[in-house]
Design a protein around this ligand. Structure first.
Ligand code: SF4
Ligand code: SF4
Length: 127
């Protein structure tokens, strides 16, 4: 058990120092450029090849049928399974997948946090 004054030196030393934490959510940290946050998918670049789903180590990507891509399918990411490794971003031959710097991913609606859906599309089935 440390003696009662053991912390005083430490406290005094930190009185003049800038604080190391931010007042989240009022203040936010500046993220690194390569930060790996919310998954995003650009339908215009996607060919529907399915390589992203094949390479995902946590099976977070499911291919959904569509007539928009040449391959007749496009990927949906289940964020609850995603570990933000960015393997899919590296794998995608057309650069259609990007991990953004968005890190506030909590939501009450699972459908919203689950997917990267094209405009007007509603994917109701959840895992
Ligand atoms: S970031 Fe990693 S875990 Fe998440 S969908 Fe891509 S490959 Fe899968
Ligand atoms: S790897 Fe890229 S192009 Fe292929 S299905 Fe995935 S997002 Fe689309």
């Amino acid at each position: 058990m440390p003696y009662p004054g053991a912390m005083q030196g430490e406290l005094l030393r930190h009185l003049t120092k800038k604080r190391a934490t931010v007042l989240y959510p009022f203040e936010k940290l500046e993220l690194a450029e390569a930060y790996r946050g919310r998954w995003s998918h650009n339908m215009a670049k996607c060919t529907g090849c399915g390589l992203c789903a094949k390479d995902c180590p946590s099976e977070a990507i499911q291919l959904v049928e569509t007539n928009i891509t040449p391959g007749g399918r496009y990927p949906v990411c289940y964020l609850g399974r995603c570990m933000f490794c960015a393997q899919c971003e590296d794998t995608c031959p057309t650069g259609a997948i990007q991990l953004t710097n968005e890190y506030e991913l909590a939501d009450y609606q699972k459908r919203i946090i689950d997917s990267a859906e094209p405009e007007g599309f509603r994917y109701e089935k959840s895992k």
